[in-house]
Design a protein around this ligand. Structure first.
Ligand SMILES: Nc1ncnc2c1ncn2[C@@H]1O[C@H](COP(=O)(O)OP(=O)(O)OP(=O)(O)O)[C@@H](O)[C@H]1O
Ligand SMILES: [Mg+2]
Length: 343
């Protein structure tokens, strides 16, 4: 049996039906990431699991116990928010030990736990400071430390790094990854960040409009998206999506595999742009984005804007006439309704 099990979970706020029946099984020690467009219900689903909002219908099981109607404080879960929600007048040590104190844990035990968490999070030298004497990244680590000392059954993170700048975000992401490997704690993590989702997750849950679209390892979602929505949501820049009838030369390049009434999906790295008038579809360069390690070439083919990505630098410039070829091994085909069809 799964460690954490969501069974037909639904949530309405008044007339607004927000979570429309979510089934999900999470194993002990798994790192699960929720992604999806703004407003699709990620935070709401996390808050239902945390017990911060009552579940309208469905069942929630943790470690063999029905916790659907158990109050938040008794669920043995710890939540880390985007806003750190630290007590401003308390030291880092007191912030981290607060929940244990409330639970009447012995002083020595508290000290051992806080010292250990502080060491894990590189916070030992800051234990006597107050939050306002810390950087954003240090504050976020305190918020994580406060969750760690409670040794909860499940960690719940709602966009914990979104207030940090890019460099700090990257560092803290790596810290969270290492921490997860060290603690092996079951975690659910909400993010908008593709890199966080792809690097942290054992499995990613793609949500849309209160329902799960697909669940899988990051690479499964990248290589085998079940539908157009997941195909275009996972990956940056997005998968190019071309109406089957828009570029006749592409249909020819797929060797007739492209359904006539559907869509061709091809990731930017699956497009090759050549200067010569080769066998590909004729197009025109619109824009070059040189990112250092790789280059994005925006081209227009038969009125359709496409993005190609290559590792090499390019001599091409906006306005150049080019030929665009598909890598036949990485194509995705979708029907009119957006469902994946066999290639
Ligand atoms: N307390 C509430 N009362 C009424 N509607 C709510 C309440 N909380 C959330 N909602 C609605 O539920 C929907 C989902 O909100 P939620 O915060 O879960 O989205 P999200 O996926 O976390 O989005 P974001 O990526 O922007 O954080 C939104 O349409 C929101 O307006
Ligand atoms: Mg949210």
């Amino acid at each position: 049996m799964a460690y954490l099990q969501l069974d037909s979970i639904q949530k309405s706020f008044g007339d607004a039906h927000i979570i429309k029946g979510v089934n999900l099984e999470i194993d002990k020690g798994e790192f699960i990431v929720f992604v999806g467009p703004s407003g699709c219900g990620k935070s709401t689903l996390l808050r239902l699991i945390a017990g911060l909002e009552p579940i309208t219908s469905g069942q929630l099981m943790l470690d063999g116990k029905d916790i659907t109607h158990i109050p938040s404080g008794k669920r043995d879960l710890a939540m880390v928010f985007q806003s750190y929600a630290l007590y401003p007048h308390m030291s880092v040590y007191d912030n981290m030990s607060f929940a244990l104190k409330l639970a009447n844990v012995a002083k020595d035990t508290i000290k051992t736990k806080v010292d250990h968490a502080a060491k894990t999070l590189n916070l030992t030298q800051y234990l006597t400071r107050t939050p306002k004497e810390l950087s954003g990244g240090q504050r976020q680590r305190v918020a994580i430390g406060r969750a760690i000392v409670r040794a909860p059954k499940v960690f719940l993170f709602d966009e914990p790094l979104s207030n940090l700048d890019a460099a700090l975000r990257g560092n803290t992401r790596v810290e969270i990854h290492k921490l997860h490997r060290a603690l092996g704690a079951t975690s659910i993590y909400v993010t908008h960040d593709q890199v966080e989702a792809m690097t942290l997750a054992d499995r990613v849950v793609v949500l849309r409009d209160g329902l799960i679209e697909q669940v899988g390892t990051p690479m499964e979602l990248y290589d085998r998206p079940a539908n157009q929505f997941v195909a275009q949501f996972i990956g940056m820049p997005s998968m190019n999506m071309v109406d089957a009838r828009a570029i006749p030369s592409f249909s020819a390049q797929t060797g007739g595999r492209l359904p006539s009434d559907g869509f061709l999906g091809v990731r930017p790295e699956g497009l090759r742009v050549h200067r010569d008038h080769g066998a590909g579809a004729p197009g025109k360069v619109e824009l070059i984005e040189a990112l250092g390690a790789d280059t994005l070439i925006h081209v227009e083919v038969g009125g359709v804007p496409l993005v190609a990505r290559q590792n090499e630098r390019t001599e091409l410039q906006a306005g150049d006439v080019v030929s665009v070829e598909l890598d036949p091994s990485v194509l995705h085909f979708f029907n009119r309704e957006g469902r994946k069809v066999a290639a």
